[in-house]
Ligand binder design. Structure first.
Ligand code: ADP
Ligand code: MG
Ligand code: MG
Length: 251
């Protein structure tokens, strides 16, 4: 079934009215892995932020349907509760809040919306524990404040842990490969792959083909000037690496 359908989406910077997205079209079905590649400044992060309802941007046209509902009508929090998850290019630190509390709060807020009972600390730990080991993460990690003093790799793994806890239907991962060495990248990729089922989907955003060696997308989209200008399979990423954006987008 179709999970996300984006049609002719246009958006501007709310403050200045500057046009950033110029008619994006993209369809993601259950269980699919998609990648968006594109030069710096092509609009990749803006696209993902518009999907999660970031207040810096205003949608000026087009439509986005997520799980059969009009996503653009929903508040950012509702979007997340509906099963849309986004990892940020620069995750924020939350001083004074332990990772454990943060994850449990996020999970319980979501459960409440779904009419499910809150999990207490012990029950939550039971739920979390196997996810931690799958991610190769030290339980000590849970006592630390959210993202405070985390290394780049720890931040990324923490986001994947958030994703695992929220059991999102669509995960948007914006440059989860940025700043990671190959070992950390493999860990993160393994974690993402471990979360994939025939029901949930991933939209990865990256500059580099390297990530796609570890998380294999079925679809690769090239973004240019706020538009998806080309879609192909993983060979498109290989071609991109060899020939560069110019050769591909002008062809
Ligand atoms: P990418 O993620 O592909 O590198 P972005 O979506 O971050 O690109 O940015 C696309 C373009 O929109 C860039 O030219 C960027 O400077 C501009 N832009 C994005 N967000 C804002 C904003 N909040 N204010 C002003 N310009 C912005
Ligand atoms: Mg960028
Ligand atoms: Mg970006």
């Amino acid at each position: 079934a179709v999970l996300l359908e984006v049609k002719d989406l246009t958006a501007v910077v709310a403050e200045s009215g500057q046009k950033i997205l110029n008619g994006v079209n993209l369809t993601i079905r259950e269980g699919e892995i998609h990648a968006i590649m594109g030069k710096n400044g092509s609009g990749k992060s803006t696209f993902s932020k518009v999907l999660v309802g970031h207040p810096d941007y205003e949608v000026t046209g087009g439509s986005v349907v997520f799980k059969g509902k009009n996503l653009l009508d929903m508040e950012p929090e509702e979007r997340s509760h509906a099963g849309l998850f986004m990892s940020f290019q620069s995750p924020v630190e939350i001083p004074g809040v332990s990772n454990m509390d943060f994850l449990r709060m996020a999970s319980n807020a979501q459960r409440e919306k779904l009419g499910l009972k809150d999990r207490g600390p012990l029950e939550f730990y039971g739920f979390l524990s196997p996810k931690l080991s799958a991610l190769n993460m030290d339980p000590k990690f849970l006592d630390r404040n959210v993202n405070e003093g985390f290394s780049g790799g720890e931040k990324k793994r923490n986001e994947i842990l958030q994703l695992a806890v929220l059991e999102a239907d669509l995960a948007i991962l914006d440059e989860i490969d940025s700043g990671l060495d190959v070992d950390a990248l493999q860990d993160v990729a393994k974690a993402v792959n471990g979360l994939l089922t025939s029901k949930n989907s991933v939209l990865m955003i990256t500059h580099y083909q390297r990530l796609l060696d570890y998380i294999r997308p079925g679809f690769v989209h090239i973004m240019e000037d706020g538009n998806v200008v080309k879609t192909g399979d993983v060979s498109l990423a290989k071609q991109l690496e060899k020939e560069g954006y110019k050769a591909i987008t002008s062809a």
